[in-house]
Ligand binder design. Structure first.
Ligand SMILES: [Zn+2]
Length: 430
């Protein structure tokens, strides 16, 4: 049985879904275009000076893309919040910022209405994973300026579930809180869930005996990689669901109980997939998103930099929303070219995570004779390190067709991440 948040919208036939999006978009354009300086500048360059100039999807397709560097530059030019503001600053009630893993953090303001919209979007995520009022959802996360888990936390409460904050605690205290408070679900990054599993093992705590049955994995791809999901589910004795969102965009992607890739919430977002080189439509390419429920600071036709592939078949859950096979496949600009072979770091992670002896890893990339070379640093806990490293190296050679060097490193020597793991490092030389 499928658990929906808004069954009517989630199962709209394609034409009705497009009509729903258009109605939302037209309303948004009327609200935004007269008073938002950032949007007005961008649209004017495309010959659109008022909402009524947008007559249909062909006009929409002529609007320029938005890129992250434009938003960053706009904030630098108009500190501290930039000029993508439809209303006076006094109308905004929350400020957050991006995690800053890929450069200067971007600040973002939300009105009360936009914050309610965030909670609604999280409703689709949590219900998609089968969570209901009565669930107790634990968020092992240090709540700060980063928006993601705030919205998830408040979304859990809005859904009628019990939201349990895990800020200001170390991993051991979080494990104790999980048990004492009877958490039935956990929402964190896949990296942190694996780290907690390692801490539990070291402390002799059997996670599978706790009451956690559902995990929603936010903040980075991972649950969409089959071997990572298998490991999460094995360690926790729970089902792991992928989720995707961005501070500047919103919580747009969620997984249903069929666990068949990310659904894009097309009732609240418009999704396009483009060839990153030409900008033309594609089945596999860069994800371009527009949000429909945040008129105070909308982001339209945003090039996310994430590589995705649209599924051809409908999902067995009955949703008509776009489904992205394998979730986020990688960053468009993270693709490595190793001796002429294109490799995404997620493909390497997919192999490494099949080896239970590996607790953490780092992918080092360096240039040699104008080519990318890859070294895998593998942190392992038992005495089989050399054999396991050799086995990983061999699996990469057989499955991806590339030669990499796999090197064991001592326990606890690699960084751990509560948010957005950075496991790819480019070095100038070997
Ligand atoms: Zn589905």
């Amino acid at each position: 049985m499928t658990s929906f948040y808004d069954e009517r919208l989630e199962t709209l036939p394609p034409e009705a879904l497009r009509a729903h999006q258009w109605a939302r978009l037209a309303g948004l354009a009327r609200e935004v275009s007269p008073s938002n300086p950032f949007i007005a500048r961008k649209w004017k360059a495309a010959g659109v000076s008022a909402a009524q100039d947008l007559r249909g999807w062909e006009d929409w397709a002529r609007l320029p893309f938005t890129r992250k560097h434009e938003l960053v530059e706009d904030q630098a030019a108009h500190p501290p919040f930039g000029s993508n503001l439809t209303y006076p600053v006094a109308r905004y009630v929350r400020v957050h910022q991006t995690s800053g893993t890929t450069g200067t953090p971007l600040r973002w303001l939300d009105t009360q209405e936009a914050w309610d919209w965030w909670l609604r979007c999280w409703g689709f995520v949590l219900r998609g994973a089968g969570l209901v009022p009565g669930d107790r959802i634990f968020f092992p996360f240090s709540f700060g300026l980063f928006v993601g888990f705030w919205a998830g936390f408040e979304g859990a409460r809005a859904l009628g579930a019990m939201a349990i904050p895990g800020g200001g605690q170390d991993s051991a205290q979080r494990l104790a809180a999980l048990e004492t408070l009877g958490a039935t679900a956990v929402c964190c990054t896949p990296s942190y869930a694996l780290h907690l599993a390692q801490v539990a093992r070291e402390r002799g705590v059997d996670l599978r005996r706790l009451g956690v049955r559902t995990m929603v994995q936010a903040g980075e791809p991972g649950a969409g990689i089959p071997s990572v999901r298998a490991r999460l589910e094995e360690e926790w004795g729970a089902r792991a669901y992928d989720h995707a969102g961005m501070t500047e965009m919103g919580a747009y992607g969620f997984e249903c109980q069929a666990q068949a890739g990310l659904h894009v919430n097309e009732s609240e977002f418009i999704a396009e997939i483009i060839d990153p080189a030409t900008g033309g439509p594609a089945r596999e390419g860069e994800l371009v998103l527009s949000n429909l429920g945040r008129p105070g600071s909308p982001v339209l036709r945003y090039r996310t930099g994430d590589r995705v592939r649209a599924a051809a078949d409908p999902c067995e859950c009955g949703r008509t929303f776009l489904r992205l096979e394998g979730g986020i496949l990688g960053r468009v600009d993270d693709m490595l070219i190793v001796r002429g072979v294109n490799v995404f770091p997620s493909a390497l992670e997919g192999i490494i995570r099949r080896f239970p002896a590996v607790d953490e890893f780092l992918i080092e990339v360096f240039r040699r004779d104008e080519m990318d070379e890859v070294r895998l640093l593998l942190e392992m806990r038992d005495g089989q390190a050399r054999q396991v490293a050799a086995a990983v190296q061999e699996a990469v050679r057989v499955e991806l067709g590339i030669r990499v060097e796999a090197v064991p490193v001592p326990p606890q020597s690699l960084p751990r991440y509560e948010l957005k793991a950075r496991r790819l490092v480019r070095r100038a030389s070997a």
